[in-house]
Ligand binder design. Structure first.
Ligand code: ARG
Length: 468
């Protein structure tokens, strides 16, 4: 990229009404090509469709159209090969490409911007870009889901404590816990697909804000670019960035789901939990403490969540007070979108790798289900089945737990005669529901943690993800 140089008014595509050159500091402050160059492929794609439409509508000749198409193709290749000279004094990728086209093919190039404004052009480019990137995010989330499903299959039958308030609550299957994340990412994918549906609307033809008097064919451009719809109100379209906000929201929720998983991996790989072992290749050491093996990857996933959420909030605030229609403030959308995208993509991808490179300590998971009276609810349900009202049962079990706590024993260790002092509804069959397996397997309600239910869920998910 060339250094910012003082340019003459004639350098600018809009230089006609200006008698003085732009201040170098202004060029520097307003330039966006150092980041929006990323849209070059979509800009060229959009311009090609636009040129075809201009020719169809007799605003340019077929020969001019062909010159434009060839020129744009050449520019695309130059950018790809790294030989394109990006000029910050031309502000953005749109004007860089247009100027390069004019320099390359002459007068026909000067006709490309007929019936078009950068306002509808940038909206088009960003929509084309986001619908593509949205699809990539969905694919990456699917990869993560497949890893979860693989682990769920591998560890089928392993029990662990389920938590609320990070206190041991009720025993569950590890696979059930893992499949919970599959559901989260399923919703994330649906949300993203929905967002893409809403942004998949063709804005070109809106021109600056009011539409155009030139005989454009918006439907043709939409068909050419695979948009099912054309935007309805030119003023709305000129100033609209909901689609970018929504996209950032979808990214944020995805990243937050990754962050919750990351937090669990940090906790679970600590000595305090010791539930999971992350392979050496996916951990880092300490520069001073030789014994350390740190879970830096999940920590960074958790840490980077702040910047993704920050991007969403930044764009919300950018748009918040804007009068209709386009305002230059909107240029601030792109860095937020790019940064969030890069972060979520790399986080999804490293998460998939991480999941492939960890193993659960099923003995420790099981051990953690002992103590904590996690089958107390099962005991209460046992009494309910024997027709005791639940509130009474809750009280009875509470007193039994207190006694066991006093004696420092588990619920299963309390003799049946002692149980019967609390209620003669309790019989010897109570012991079954006090065991971890008994508890887990009794939870057969739809979506529950019983082995049969979890296997069903896993089969459904495997089918959905196209595994086996
Ligand atoms: N680079 C600008 C953006 O990203 C393009 C639109 C500029 N339009 C204008 N009238 N200054 O929003």
């Amino acid at each position: 990229m060339s250094d910012t140089v003082q340019s003459t008014p004639s350098t600018k595509l809009w230089g006609g009404r200006f008698s003085e050159s732009t201040q170098a500091s202004v060029e520097q402050y307003t330039a966006s090509v150092h980041y929006d160059w990323r849209l070059y492929r979509h800009d060229i794609q959009g311009s090609m469709a636009h040129a075809k439409m201009l020719a169809r509508q007799k605003m340019i000749t077929d020969q001019e159209r062909d010159e434009i198409l060839r020129g744009l193709e050449a520019i695309g290749s130059a950018i790809e090969q790294g030989s394109f000279d990006f000029r910050p004094e031309l502000e953005d990728i749109h004007m860089n490409i247009e100027k390069a086209l004019i320099d390359l093919i002459g007068p026909a190039g000067e006709k490309l911007h007929t019936a078009r404004s950068r306002n509808d052009q940038v909206s088009l480019d960003l929509r084309l870009y986001l619908r593509e990137e949205g699809g990539k995010l969905i694919d990456l989330a699917t990869r993560v889901q497949k890893m979860f499903a693989g682990l769920a299959r591998k560890y089928l039958g392993a029990v662990m404590p389920g938590y609320t308030h990070l206190q041991r609550a009720q025993p569950v299957l590890l696979s059930h816990h893992l499949l919970a994340y599959v559901e989260m990412f399923q919703r994330d994918k649906g949300r993203m697909a929905d967002c893409v549906k809403r942004l998949n609307v063709m804005p070109l033809g809106v021109a600056a804000l009011a539409g155009t008097g030139l005989p454009v064919d918006r439907d043709f451009v939409a068909r050419e670019l695979g948009f099912p719809e054309v935007s309805a109100n030119s003023m709305d379209t000129s100033g609209d960035r909901d689609f970018a906000m929504e996209f950032l929201f979808c990214c944020t929720v995805m990243q937050i789901h990754l962050s919750r998983l990351a937090e669990e991996l940090v906790l679970w790989s600590s000595k305090e939990f010791d539930f999971v072992e992350i392979s050496d290749r996916y951990c880092t050491g300490s520069s001073i403490m030789p014994q350390k093996k740190n879970p830096d990857i999940p920590e960074l996933i958790r840490g980077k969540t702040g910047r993704v959420a920050g991007s969403l909030v930044a764009l919300l605030m950018t748009v918040k007070g804007l009068p209709m229609t386009y305002n230059r403030d909107l240029q601030e959308d792109k860095e937020q979108v790019f940064d969030a995208l890069d972060t979520v993509k790399s986080s999804l991808s490293i998460t998939a790798e991480l999941l492939e490179n960890l193993s659960f300590r099923t003995e420790n998971l099981r051990e953690a289900t002992r103590g904590g009276f996690m089958t107390a609810t099962d005991l209460a349900d046992y009494l309910v089945r024997k027709k005791m009202p639940f509130r009474q049962a809750h009280g009875v079990v509470g007193r039994i737990v207190a006694l066991c706590q006093q004696r420092d024993i588990e619920l299963v260790e309390l003799p049946i005669e002692e149980y019967r002092k609390f209620s003669d509804l309790i019989a010897a069959d109570v012991m079954e529901c006090l065991s971890v397996e008994g508890s887990v397997n009794s939870r057969t309600s739809m979506g529950g943690t019983a082995g049969t239910r979890v296997e069903e869920a896993l089969e459904r998910i495997e089918k959905q993800l196209g595994i086996a």
